[in-house]
Design a protein around this ligand. Structure first.
Ligand SMILES: Nc1ncnc2c1ncn2[C@@H]1O[C@H](COP(=O)(O)OP(=O)(O)OP(=O)(O)O)[C@@H](O)[C@H]1O
Length: 516
């Protein structure tokens, strides 16, 4: 292995360790150079070189040198030791202090044989072509550059901070810049419907007053329903107001803590997570049962909470249903607000498709939008996928976008969407079953409240989930006229915004229908 490969492997290992972004940039720009044993002694007389492979790490500037040497040297030596399988001594040097270096030496394992009291000399021409003046590979400081030439200070293109304070400011700026937020997931691009109204309103409230309204905010819902989208939207708003925002999946959090424990960098890990203003954690259900991760998350949570920093958590299920989660975490997740996201109704699905098509500058007729929305009922990611496939199909076949084209595009591309299975009668039956009344009574003339409310709910759901006309719905329910049906639908629509029990009952019926 040559030093460039060693360093690349080391960087890959460091990928999930909690090193601040600026230091990572410095490390990416750094060059690893192998040292002759006597050179190590000259540079670091206090290091005993016996049995150690010695390296110098050339970093871009003095500040990088100071910070890497004081905070990360041990970690780098540990990782290098893992990579090479033997102990390593490392000297960190600013490249401005490093003498120019020769160009190639055989890889380490081959060189073990060759290593004589004097280090091997690179070809004369190579030495000259590099510096034009240094013709001795064993330069004053004893550096060998095995794989690549060393960059000069002027080749580092970014502006380096000059003081520790600058560095800290840059760290914060970098956290803002590297917070892993997807630019597309904003509040503006989020379509609100009954299924996600509460989650959206809570997210907006949190984004407007982080740490003040609901802390933590816990969002849960099925696959592809917009949890991550809302998390990022909160993050974007935080960034716009100059807050330090960090988005992390629980998998990344777990990897980071595992590495922090392994490389003894838990202090840095904690410092990173405890310096944010808004922490956004996706898919928290995956930390359940992972003891050290739960432990560390518990402490992170407590310290952010005590400092009134905002925590937003997403999961595919409510805290109570995350079975192996520690009780103390579960109870903390329940301190703030828990908001669910349900599968969107037909109207919301159509609105989402319309917005996505407009964003793509893709003109799709309403009937095709309705067709796709009728086929994909539970997952917005799939809904978007269908639109993309339709566009690709149409462009590939160079045909006009008609209903027939849409049908063949969606079926020929083998989507896992299903035929629209929900029909009015099925929905009416599901509502009657839920309220334990007979379908005949619900569709008849009876005016008792325990029949009237389910009847109105059934009308509302049929209107939401199918394209049945008001007239047809009226006929199904004992020949009522279209204004009665419209009035019933509007009444339910208004009530679910203020009556959580009714809202949950309707969501439960929808869920049941979509499962069938
Ligand atoms: N209400 C909405 N308006 C517009 N786009 C939406 C909405 N809900 C979801 N989406 C889009 O659907 C896709 C999937 O959403 P997202 O990744 O947020 O889902 P999720 O609930 O986090 O899913 P998972 O559980 O798989 O992580 C994204 O492209 C997102 O922009």
């Amino acid at each position: 292995m040559n030093t460039a490969t060693i360093w690349r492997t080391t960087l890959a290992q460091l990928d999930t360790t909690p090193i601040d972004a600026l230091t990572k940039t410095w490390l990416q720009e750094a060059h690893l150079v192998e040292l002759a044993p006597d050179a190590l002694h000259d540079l670091a007389p206090d290091i005993s070189e016996q049995g150690l492979l010695a390296f110098a790490l050339q970093v871009p500037n003095d500040l990088a040198g100071d910070i890497i040497a004081t905070r990360w040297q041990q970690l780098l030596e540990d990782v290098l030791k893992d990579v090479l399988g033997q102990p390593v001594a490392l000297v960190v040097r600013a490249s401005s202090h490093a003498a120019p270096v020769p160009e190639t030496l055989p890889p380490i394992h081959e060189r073990e044989r060759e290593r004589e009291p004097q280090a091997p000399r690179p070809p004369h021409s190579a030495r000259q072509s590099h510096s034009g003046q240094h013709n001795n590979n064993h330069s004053g400081n004893g550096y060998y550059d095995i794989a690549s030439r060393s960059p000069t200070q002027s080749e580092f293109s970014y502006a380096s901070p000059e003081t520790l304070e600058d560095w800290e400011n840059e760290q914060r700026a970098n956290m803002l810049a590297h917070n892993r937020l997807n630019a597309r997931y904003t509040f503006d691009a989020f379509i609100v419907g009954n299924s996600n109204r509460l989650a959206h309103a809570a997210s907006l409230a949190v984004a407007e007053a982080p740490g003040e309204s609901y802390n933590p905010l816990f969002l849960y819902g099925g696959v592809g329903l917009g949890k991550t989208h809302l998390l990022h939207a909160i993050g974007h708003q935080g960034v716009q107001t100059g807050l330090a925002v960090l988005y992390v999946s629980s998998e990344q959090f777990t990897n980071e803590i595992v590495n922090a424990i392994r490389y003894r960098t838990t202090e840095e890990f904690r410092a990173k997570y405890r310096s944010v203003d808004i922490l956004l954690v996706d898919d928290i259900q995956f930390i359940a049962g992972k003891e050290s991760t739960e432990e560390e998350f518990f402490h992170t949570f407590n310290s952010l909470y005590e400092m009134s920093k905002q925590i937003v958590i997403c999961s595919d299920r409510p805290p109570k249903a995350i079975l192996s989660l520690e009780e103390r975490l579960r109870s903390r997740f329940e301190w703030g607000l828990i908001a669910d996201i349900q599968p969107p109704d037909l109207e919301t699905r159509m609105a989402i498709l319309r917005v996505k098509a407009d964003l793509l500058h893709y003109h799709v007729p309403d009937e095709i939008i309705a067709y796709i929305a009728g086929r994909v009922q539970t997952n917005i990611r799939e809904l978007e996928g269908c639109l993309n496939r339709l566009m690709a199909y149409q462009q590939l076949h160079r045909v006009e976008l008609t209903m027939d084209v849409a049908r063949s595009a969606i079926s020929s591309l083998g989507t896992d969407t299903r035929e629209p299975t929900l029909n009015s009668r099925q929905i009416a039956q599901a509502v009657a079953d839920y309220y334990h009344i007979s379908l005949e009574a619900m569709c008849g003339k009876q005016r008792d409240k325990y029949i009237v409310t389910p009847r109105q709910i059934a009308m509302y759901l049929i209107r939401q989930e199918t394209s049945t006309s008001l007239l047809e719905i009226g006929q199904l329910f004992g020949g009522r006229d279209h204004s009665t049906v419209l009035h019933s639908c509007e009444k339910i629509d208004r009530t679910i915004n203020v009556n959580q029990t009714l809202r949950r009952e309707i969501l439960a019926i929808r869920e049941q229908l979509l499962r069938e």
